[in-house]
Design a protein around this ligand. Structure first.
Ligand code: PEP
Ligand code: MN
Length: 343
């Protein structure tokens, strides 16, 4: 249920409603817009208490929510959510550019690539310190040392960074350093992890599971939002299909569908979808054309030496080429991408 307050409802009336909702055994989530407050109620079965709540002081009306996801649904939040990270604004109609190495390999490598990303128009740095690898013999990431390196890169470039939390045990350490916490595709339905990340209350980048439906993806976003996250960005990174010409199949069709169903920003990862550098720009442009709010792109200046996902990394100059072409596509759509001015 969504309880819409009268525009002139007082703080005390909102508090009283919150208390009442808790006494009923449900969870209230206060939402605020200019001149408007609402309380989203979760944990209830059906909307049997609707008439009772509608009778309380300060309440304008109570709307039943028909979707299984509530806080993620457009029914409770008709406008697009805008999520600010440094100077980047996800969901404001422009295209945010996140870029960086797949993995933090060393301080030198990360600082070099971060500077390239920054001077070529990237707004947010990416880089994994804890890496989920298919093989236990592959590079597993530098752990906390990698987070320290990312923090140094942030200091040097001014770029906020997003990095993955692999398990609930490392959420707090990741949250201590990161501006945005990434949930990887393999963990999208790790509900214990989602709850732990929700509780720290930092912005989250939620990658779609490689075989997750849209509803399952939004239910995972709901886990985050109902446990304390206020800022969740969803990322389409390609799904498993019979096709084997690309690492994954970029599911462009989910972008308009997600934006219809949810107020949360949606970005795409053309690097992990394509798996090959030559497909990254086409996938990225397709995503922008379909209405994505941003891109997350692997960039490496020495891809042949990369410890993770070298074949899909763009060279810095290829990243500039992407920015250049994407700027044209964005201009045709009345949007900007990355920093408006390359520094
Ligand atoms: C990543 O972005 O570093 C990553 C591991 O991606 P995914 O979870 O989409 O495979
Ligand atoms: Mn990768």
């Amino acid at each position: 249920m969504l309880v819409i307050m009268e525009p002139e409802a007082t703080e005390a009336q909102v508090r009283r409603l919150e208390d009442r909702i808790r006494e009923m055994g449900y969870e209230p989530h206060v939402m605020e817009w200019p001149n408007q407050k609402a309380i989203s109620v979760t944990g209830n079965q059906g909307s049997g208490d609707r008439v009772y709540l509608e009778g309380m002081q300060g309440v304008f009306k109570v709307i039943p929510i028909t979707r299984p996801y509530k806080l993620a649904s457009r029914e409770v939040h008709p406008e697009n959510s805008i999520i600010q990270l440094g100077e980047a604004r996800f969901g404001d109609g422009n295209v945010v550019m996140i870029a960086g190495p797949c993995a933090v390999e060393s301080e030198e490598q990360t600082l070099r690539i971060a500077e390239e990303v920054q001077k070529r128009g990237g707004q947010v740095l990416r880089g994994g310190a804890y890496k989920p690898r298919t093989s236990p013999y592959s590079f597993q990431g530098l752990g906390e040392k990698g987070l320290e390196i990312l923090a140094k890169a942030r200091e040097k470039t001014g770029l906020p960074f997003v990095t993955e939390a692999l398990d609930s045990g490392s959420v707090d350490v990741v949250a201590n350093y990161a501006d945005m916490i990434q949930i990887g595709t393999r963990n999208m339905q790790n509900f214990i992890l989602l709850k732990a990340v929700g509780r720290v209350g930092k912005p989250v980048l939620l990658k779609r599971g490689m075989s997750a439906t849209m509803t399952e993806t939004l239910m995972s976003a709901e886990y985050l939002l109902s446990n304390g996250s206020r800022e969740v960005v969803i990322c389409e990174r390609g799904i498993r299909t019979f096709a084997n010409h690309a690492r994954n199949t970029l599911d462009i069709s989910i972008i308009p569908a997600l934006k219809q169903e949810s107020h949360l920003p949606v970005i795409i990862d053309p690097s992990h979808s394509s798996g090959q550098h030559y497909s990254v720009i086409p996938h990225a442009l397709a995503g922008i054309g379909a209405g994505a709010d941003g891109l997350i792109v692997d960039v490496h200046d020495r891809p042949e030496e990369a410890l993770c996902d070298g074949p899909q990394a763009l060279l810095p100059e290829e990243f500039s080429q992407l920015m250049y072409i994407a700027r044209g596509v964005c201009a045709a759509m009345g949007k900007t991408i990355g920093f408006p001015q390359v520094r």
